[in-house]
Design a protein around this ligand. Structure first.
Ligand code: ADP
Ligand code: MG
Length: 257
């Protein structure tokens, strides 16, 4: 068998593609056999890793991609940079712990949630991003179509699930109970990142029922890290700088999305 067929049979497509330049490089550098083999296999490994990462990113359905490196910590001093660095190490995913990002609009909650999701996908974890309204409509539809169990099963599959924007819309009792079932299923099995504009005290109103809110928080917060972000909206920073928003009180500042 010739080299091309061997590489094809072994499914080493990345090595096959880069073979000429790797051989050329090895000849120029006068690499010994071991160094050459290391380079050749690294080429295949990096190619596979990149392909896997791209496919996990696609499956994650992120609304946009942002990284931790793109986050300006000097703009948001209430965020503990060390804590974000620690979370970026993804130990929380290994331990099936949760992360809750709380704060007013525009402070970077979704940005940080996405950035951690990207890190997770890069490290080989299955990731899924769902805005809360999408999650609830998916669960309601599945329930109506008698396939709730299967849908819940699909939502347990991702090692990291990002549930974005809890609290913007109040939930019906049925929605709250579906949300509870999901949280209960993922509890101690997989990690969830949640973002919310409401502090925990107001979650009773969000879920429309204090008892359900307590049960949800009990499971979510048992193994978790909460970041309470206090600060100005990044979206409005230029307008604020230009003095356009000085007359508006903090709570009423509009957001642009
Ligand atoms: P939130 O989810 O808290 O409402 P977002 O994460 O959607 O806010 O942030 C709004 C926009 O501002 C996004 O485009 C985000 O990337 C950007 N942004 C927010 N905070 C920062 C920051 N500290 N550094 C860089 N970009 C930021
Ligand atoms: Mg957001």
């Amino acid at each position: 068998m010739n080299l091309d067929s061997l590489l094809q049979k072994l499914k080493m497509e990345h090595l096959q593609l880069g073979l000429d330049s790797i051989c050329e490089h090895a000849a120029k550098q006068e690499l010994d056999y071991r160094a050459f083999l290391t380079q050749a296999l690294s080429e295949e490994w990096h190619g596979r890793h990149q392909k896997g990462f791209e496919s996990r990113l696609k499956q994650a359905r992120l609304p946009w991609v942002k990284t931790v490196e793109e986050f300006d910590f000097t703009f948001q001093p209430s965020i503990d940079r060390k804590l974000i660095r620690e979370l970026s190490g993804l130990g929380f995913i290994e331990r099936n712990e949760n992360v809750v990002l709380l704060g007013p609009p525009g402070v970077g909650k979704t940005h940080l949630a996405i950035a951690l999701a990207v890190k997770a996908a890069e490290a080989g974890h299955r990731v899924m991003f769902l805005p809360l309204d999408k999650l609830l409509s998916t669960l309601l539809k599945a329930k109506q179509e008698n396939r709730l169990e299967r849908q819940l099963q699909l939502l347990i599959y991702p090692k990291l699930l990002v549930l974005d924007e809890i609290g913007y819309l109040p939930m019906s009792r049925e929605e709250a109970s579906l949300f509870f079932r999901l949280v209960n299923r993922r509890y101690e099995r997989a990690s969830t990142i949640l973002t919310s504009n409401k502090s925990f005290i107001d979650w009773g109103d969000v879920f429309g029922d204090q008892a359900i809110a307590t049960a949800i928080l009990d499971r979510l917060l048992h193994h978790s890290t909460t970041l309470n972000i206090k600060g100005d909206s990044y979206r409005l920073k230029d307008k604020r700088k230009a003095g356009m928003l000085t007359s508006l009180p903090e709570e009423e500042t509009p957001t642009t999305t």
